[in-house]
Design a protein around this ligand. Structure first.
Ligand code: ADP
Length: 391
């Protein structure tokens, strides 16, 4: 595509193999996006801070750079037709510059700016009547008691995978409070943690993936496994999907948006937070749905028609493969053979050269004819799979 024809209105119409697509972040999400991009004959160029990123050897152009540095982002993206992200902690300023130079940027930098800051996210929910737990913003540890206890304190910026989130139950927990700008939230009495991934294109067309239920490992505080469809009523599923669409529409969002929800014990749905990209809770869609989240992301980014999201199986699950508690060094995967002898099990190893305790090294997808069949396989596979390290 010629530079002069960069135009978001007919972008999909300009699709072809000469198109240059870049992604900020070269981890497992980028890696699975590249797998999908092969089917579109789209070559994905990658920038990541680590010379050893999981995408390193899967791209015709790998640039080592600081994702939060505007100059690095502009230097990486200047010749691209379209740029997207696999992690939200990137330079909005750099993306705005690229956009002003005619590069199509999805998600939009203004949306990223809101989502990068949990305080602005909460204000966006409040301003748009999106149900979310009551909150207040504070500048530091002083004043964390102002909403009463128990509360959840979240750093406004930079948190991920539960890092930057602390539950303050009683006064004895107060020394654990973060002394940085934060959001204080009422602790929700959580029945289930749910997620809906919604795609929205430039015409305002939306498609939701069926609601997913996440089950957390209390020790690692990471998703232990997730299962789809969530065990909720059809009405709750419909409400969760409409809520996700409402969020995308209120933001005029373009791209793929993961909407994390709580179902509380009163039966109310509350939006917890947003991720403007492919998400852990959509990994199973590679095997389990008519269109995967990675393909859907590409379709939205390239402004092509969105794909059908129906599930192909009665149930499916995703189990993270994480490093053992004391694992360091070159990863050694045990139990993979046993796990793969179960029908419907598919591995995704992320190509990380070093294992660390609880580091996400891969996942397996399990598809099946019933929820109980899939749950039984999950339990067995969690016992079988381990990643240790070799010095
Ligand atoms: P991160 O962006 O780091 O994943 P989250 O906002 O998703 O952070 O919070 C991590 C976890 O903390 C959630 O999955 C949930 O288990 C718990 N949590 C977050 N907010 C609340 C809340 N208001 N009430 C109760 N638990 C919460």
């Amino acid at each position: 595509m010629q530079n002069g024809s960069k135009n978001s209105h007919d972008f999909g119409a300009s699709f072809g193999p000469s198109l240059r697509l870049g992604v900020l972040g070269g981890g497992q999400l980028g890696r699975m996006m590249i797998q999908s991009a092969v089917d579109f004959d789209a070559r994905v160029e990658v920038m990541d801070p680590s010379s050893d990123a999981p995408c390193r050897h899967l791209t015709p152009r790998f640039v080592q750079g600081d994702l939060q540095n505007a100059d690095d982002v502009v230097a990486f993206g200047a010749e691209l037709d379209v740029i997207t992200i696999e992690i939200e902690h990137v330079s909005v300023e750099g993306l705005k510059t690229l956009e002003s130079q005619g590069v199509r940027v999805i998600p939009k930098p203004d949306h990223l700016a809101v989502i990068q800051d949990k305080g602005l996210q909460k204000e966006f929910f409040a301003q748009n009547g999106i149900p979310t737990s009551p909150f207040q913003l504070v500048d530091g540890a002083e004043g964390v008691e102002q909403m009463g206890l128990p509360i959840v304190q979240k750093m406004r910026k930079g948190g991920y995978d539960g890092k930057g989130v602390v539950l303050l139950k009683s006064k004895s927990d107060l020394p654990k409070a973060f002394d940085v700008p934060s959001v204080l939230e009422h602790a929700v009495d959580i029945e289930k943690e749910l997620s809906v991934i919604v795609a929205r294109n430039s015409q305002g067309e939306t498609q939701c993936f069926p609601v997913v239920e996440a089950i957390f490992d209390p020790v690692a505080n990471l998703v232990d496994y997730l299962i789809a469809p969530a065990a909720i009523t059809p009405q709750q599923a419909q409400d969760a999907e409409s809520l996700a669409r409402r969020v995308a529409e209120a933001m005029d969002f373009e791209g793929l948006l993961a909407v994390e929800l709580f179902l509380d014990r009163k039966g109310d749905l509350l939006v917890n937070e947003l991720a403007p990209r492919t998400h852990n809770s959509g990994h199973h869609t590679i095997e389990a749905n008519r269109t995967s989240q990675f393909e859907q992301h590409l379709r939205a980014v390239l402004d092509l028609p969105l794909g059908a999201t129906d599930a192909l199986f009665a149930a499916s699950a995703m189990v993270n493969i994480v490093g053992s508690a004391a694992a360091h060094g070159t990863p050694i995967y045990t139990g993979l053979e046993a796990a793969l002898s179960t029908p419907g099990v598919h591995p995704h190893l992320y190509g990380k050269s070093a294992v660390k305790p609880f580091r996400k090294m891969g996942h397996v997808t399990i598809t099946g004819q019933s929820r109980s069949e899939v749950e039984q396989s999950v339990m067995r596979i969690r016992e079988q799979l381990a990643v240790d390290g070799k010095a």
